[in-house]
Write a protein that binds this ligand. Structure first.
Ligand code: PHE
Length: 438
């Protein structure tokens, strides 16, 4: 490539971008419903275990692999494998890029609903709707569905077109503090609703029997990987924009922690509010799009809270979608040696065209979301793990991760990366296939 690689300006900017990638629809939309489905507080045990043991290790690996090679997955896998005389690195690295492209498509469809909700929530008539279930179904209707998908992709393309430090870093510096502020305000609002106590009791009464089911563990790992954006793609690319003085172990820990906080915060906002208004907490996917507007409709100050809530969800979704699309944009620039702007335009354009069938049909959409996020994504994370923890000499990997760190990891970390990370991830991928999760 002609010019040098772009960089994040500051460590805090990098961390905010990674938190931006991690905290997304996975936290605000999927986590509360999975928590309800898989045993409430009991689900937190496998979830937290996977986030901290497996997730943090994987993040260190992805940031480190990106920073060491200065490349996205195709270039990074190639560089490591070539040293061992293996020439299929680029092909192997195209797997995470292709999967991420599939994610770009469905993630933009769902983010487009959020853009539309933000717009609509500014009109006081929004909360006067009689039936939000019907409104949700109308999201899939022709012209408007396509229009909002276009608007959503245009917003992301405009940000990405500005580049890494001005676009991605700059926007996350605003969006992330705002998002956490919104979550805090919303937690207080939910907790002070009459009848919220029932929701807290529900969250705090674990159904331990769920822990005896392998599916709970498989879902917890799938959810943990999805939530911290682990799939050998986005975090490798963000890592590739790092300078050598960034503290990778610390950044990984912070990313995972903010991600967990956001997931818990979302549950603390949604579940008590849902109970307070006597709605079924196991509503699943419609929780955010159908149940929450119903809650806002009956709540004092609902107009204001619905705006800030959906703006918060929008910031979470857009900042994740940016990191997802950036993988594909970077892959395209790398493969075809084009400018960033051209690459952004081409990828957004293709995502738009391929997104249309999904924007018009919820059944196709949910099948693809489950298939990609539960089966295909963890395989990308395993591939990156194999490349950086097994094929690359582990001592070299640990040294690379420790460069610039005030909290270097010791030798104890090596078997965790090599055996625990790889072993558990492969096991869960197999379990998921056996138990037909999804
Ligand atoms: N972590 C994001 C979320 O929770 C989704 C994501 C997956 C982002 C993979 C980047 C890569 O919504």
């Amino acid at each position: 490539m002609a010019q040098g690689r772009e960089h994040f300006n500051t460590q805090i900017g990098f961390i905010l971008a990674c938190v931006g990638s991690a905290v997304g629809l996975g936290n605000l939309w999927m986590f509360p419903w999975r928590l309800g489905q898989y045993g409430g507080a009991a689900f937190l045990i496998p979830y937290l275990l996977f986030v901290y043991l497996i997730g943090v290790t994987g993040l260190m690996g992805e940031y480190g692999l990106g920073r060491m090679t200065g490349k996205g997955p195709m270039g990074a896998f190639d560089q490591v494998l070539r040293k061992k005389g293996m020439l299929f690195g680029r092909t192997m690295g195209s797997y995470p890029v292709i999967i991420t492209f599939l994610i770009t498509i469905f993630y933009s469809v769902v983010t487009a609903w959020v853009v539309r909700y933000v717009w609509e929530s500014f009109f006081p008539s929004f909360l006067e709707k009689q039936d939000f279930g019907a409104h949700f179904n109308s999201l899939f209707e022709g012209g408007p569905a396509i229009l909002w998908l276009g608007v959503c992709l245009l917003i992301v393309a405009l940000i990405l077109g500005r580049g890494v430090s001005k676009g991605i870093e700059g926007i996350n510096r605003i969006m992330m503090p705002a998002l956490f502020g919104v979550l805090l305000i919303m937690i207080i609002r939910s907790a002070t609703l009459e009848g919220a106590g029932e929701g807290f009791r529900y969250l705090l009464s674990p159904d331990w029997s769920q822990l005896t089911k392998p599916i709970t563990w498989a879902m917890a790992l799938g959810q943990a990987f999805f939530s911290v954006s682990l799939m050998g793609a986005a975090m490798v690319v963000y890592g590739s924009y790092l300078s050598k003085d960034t503290d990778i172990p610390y950044s990984s820990f912070i990313t995972a922690s903010f991600d967990t906080m956001a997931a818990l915060a979302a549950s603390l906002v949604i579940i008590p509010a849902v109970f307070a208004f006597g709605i079924d907490p196991a509503a699943g996917p419609p929780l955010v799009f159908v149940t929450m507007p119903e809650v806002f409709k009956s709540m004092t100050g609902g107009y204001f809270f619905s705006i800030i809530f959906f703006v918060g969800v929008l910031f979470a979704a857009i900042s994740s979608l940016m990191s997802i699309m950036e993988v594909v944009v970077d892959g395209f620039m790398d493969q075809f040696n084009t400018s960033r702007k051209l690459s952004v335009g081409v990828i957004a354009g293709i995502a738009f065209v391929l997104g249309i069938p999904l924007a018009l049909d919820i059944d196709n959409l949910t099948i693809i979301i489950d298939f990609v996020s539960i089966y295909l994504m963890p395989i990308g994370a395993v591939l990156a793990g194999l490349v950086f923890f097994v094929i690359n000499p582990i001592k070299e990997t640990r040294d690379e991760i420790n460069v610039g760190s005030n909290n270097p990891v010791g030798r104890w970390w090596e078997p965790i990366a090599r055996y625990v990370f790889i072993g558990v991830s492969i096991l869960v991928v197999i379990l998921q296939m056996l138990y037909q999760v999804g």
